[in-house]
Design a protein around this ligand. Structure first.
Ligand SMILES: [Zn+2]
Length: 157
């Protein structure tokens, strides 16, 4: 059986924080606010995978009330999710995603992000697709107050 999962995530951006996206520390004057490292892309991918597996959502598996996840690398969430999929004999076929922010430009960072994400999920580069959009200057995303991501994951099992 083939199944898909969809996800959306958003984090506020603030000065004095790291901007972690797809497991990479992207140089920028602001970073994402969150209990873990605030990695909007990893969170969206994780949630899409959990959705496709029928395993609820990221908040259930990695609650922000749990001190264990404070400042944690979101790549741990991906690795743990991969384990949950393995236990259920679910195979990742493909992950597609969109990251929405006005700045910085993400395209140049995508090759390295794909490598990190593919490694964390135990899949090949071709199974991870990343896209970037601006919000045309509109709303909180357009004003650089937040960063958002959508992801869809397809599993087989
Ligand atoms: Zn998040």
């Amino acid at each position: 059986m083939t199944r898909s999962g969809i996800a959306y995530d958003l984090h506020r951006l603030a000065e004095g924080r790291k901007l972690m996206i797809g497991g990479l520390d992207v140089p920028f004057d602001k970073g994402s606010v969150g209990h873990s490292d605030g990695d909007v892309l990893s969170h969206a991918i994780c949630d899409a995978l959990l959705g496709a597996a029928g395993l609820g959502d990221i908040g259930t598996h990695f609650p922000d009330t749990d001190a264990k996840w404070k400042g944690a690398s979101s790549l741990l969430f991906l690795q743990h999710t991969r384990k949950l999929l393995d236990e259920r004999s679910l195979r990742i076929i493909h992950v597609d995603s969109v990251v929405i922010c006005e700045r910085p430009k993400l395209g140049p960072h995508f090759p390295a992000m794909r490598e990190v994400l593919a490694k964390s999920l135990g899949v090949s580069l071709e199974q991870i697709n990343l896209k970037a959009k601006t919000n045309e200057g509109l709303g909180e995303l357009g004003r650089g107050e937040a960063i958002a991501a959508y992801a869809i994951a397809t599993l087989e099992g």
